[in-house]
Ligand binder design. Structure first.
Ligand SMILES: *Cc1c(COP(=O)(O)O)cnc(C)c1O
Length: 389
């Protein structure tokens, strides 16, 4: 068997949809981008959705539109995809790392307040692997100190907290449609916001800062005149080809989420007896989107002293599965140990110990909608028959 960590699964409807912009000749941001945005707003119950070229550009654009810049500090979790911190660096602002709660892998709200100072402007909570961050507490802190909250909801498709879809808690929420996420347009991203004025600024800034989009101009009364440019902007447009792919997948969004959840629950059941794998956090306030199914490899309590030993044991286990044709991955990485950040800000691994432990000892198992019973059975029996050294 050869079982990947994830697998894209396109349907005939996807192929039909993607042909439409190719046939009609309007392939950059146009009416499919508009349709995708409308579908996204409806699904997430957001007032405004602005499509962009990736979640990284969504984060960069959001922070830029909020005028984050030199001298400003932005609090980010130290265990996340590196893009969360890079978006802050790209504006010459300073990312200030905050450790995570090892039971949820999300930013630990009890460690945020001590990081706030007069330069702090924003918090970026990440809804990692499809589990919402402890967002109520984060919003309370943000309100107390008048900080913006930009949600990194890259993995947040279908993730809810107390019935509310992520991306609706902060001033804006940033989503990703990279192939490793549950819904993909190849590359792609989306920003949700309840602020009409911010959404208009974002729409302009994603398109070089133009006041009027190409489609509006084309359909308007004076298509021969160029737009004015009230803002400094970027080219972070999504193409209509990508948006068409997004639209057709939105037609089966519930099915995608249902199947992912089903496999995650099957893993939970199958791993019940395996006490050295800590299953993903579950709580009635949260609906997990299961962008990934991630466990902590924990044959014994993990501390600063034994983390390297357990890391070696985890890699040994991953190697065993790899030899059986089963792909696994670490959950994600600790950003503060990446050379650029550890060097620039003089950070050591143990400065954010939970993030370091998560980096060294988490493991993501295969999860995709087209996974078969046979593949699932093979993964589970391989794991069950593994004997810890
Ligand atoms: C995937 C991911 C990103 C980056 O998304 P892109 O669309 O690839 O730019 C950012 N943050 C988190 C938490 C992610 O998982």
């Amino acid at each position: 068997m050869n079982i990947p960590i994830s697998k894209i699964n396109f349907t005939e409807e996807d192929y039909t949809y993607i042909r439409k912009p190719l046939d009609n000749g309007w392939i950059v941001q146009g009416k499919f981008v508009q349709e995708f945005e409308e579908k996204w707003s409806e699904f997430t119950s957001s007032e405004n959705s602005v499509a962009v070229s990736s979640c990284t550009t969504a984060l960069h654009l959001s922070l830029s539109a909020l005028n984050i810049g030199p001298g400003d500090e932005v609090i980010v979790p130290s265990f996340t995809w590196i893009a969360t911190a890079n978006a802050v660096e790209a504006l010459n602002a300073k990312p200030v790392f905050c450790d995570i709660d090892l039971t949820t892998y999300n930013i630990d709200p009890d460690k945020i307040e001590e990081l706030v100072n007069s330069n702090t402007k924003c918090i970026i909570p990440v809804h990692l692997f499809g589990l919402a961050a402890d967002i109520e507490k984060i919003i309370t802190i943000a309100e107390k100190y008048n900080l913006a909250v930009v949600e990194d909801a890259a993995c947040g498709f279908g993730s809810k907290y107390k019935g509310k879809h992520v991306g609706n808690f902060g001033i804006c929420g940033c989503f990703s449609f990279h192939p490793r996420k549950a819904l993909t347009t190849g590359e792609g991203g989306m920003i949700t916001t309840s602020s009409k004025s911010l959404s208009e600024k974002l729409r302009s800034m994603r398109d070089h800062g133009a006041a009027v989009s190409d489609l509006q101009r084309h359909l308007g009364s004076k298509p021969y005149l160029l737009s004015e440019f009230p803002y400094m902007g970027y080219n972070y447009r999504m193409t209509d080809i990508q948006a068409a792919l997004g639209c057709s997948q939105m037609n089966r969004k519930d099915e995608i989420l249902r199947i992912r959840k089903l496999w995650a629950e099957r893993y939970n059941e199958a791993f019940e007896e395996i006490d050295w794998l800590v299953k993903p956090f579950m709580h009635p306030d949260y609906i997990h989107g299961y962008q990934a199914y991630v466990c902590l490899f924990r044959p014994e309590e993990i501390t600063e002293n034994n983390v390297e030993k357990i890391h070696t044991m985890r890699n040994f286990f991953m190697e065993y599965l790899s030899n059986k044709g089963i792909s696994t991955r670490p959950g994600t990485h600790a950003v503060h140990i990446q050379k650029y950040y550890s060097g620039k800000y003089k950070i050591t691994p143990a400065d954010y110990l939970n993030s370091y432990i998560a980096d060294r000892c988490t493991i993501a198992f295969p999860l995709y909608t087209s996974m078969t019973e046979e593949e699932f059975g093979y993964i589970v029996s391989s794991i069950r028959s593994y004997e810890l050294p």
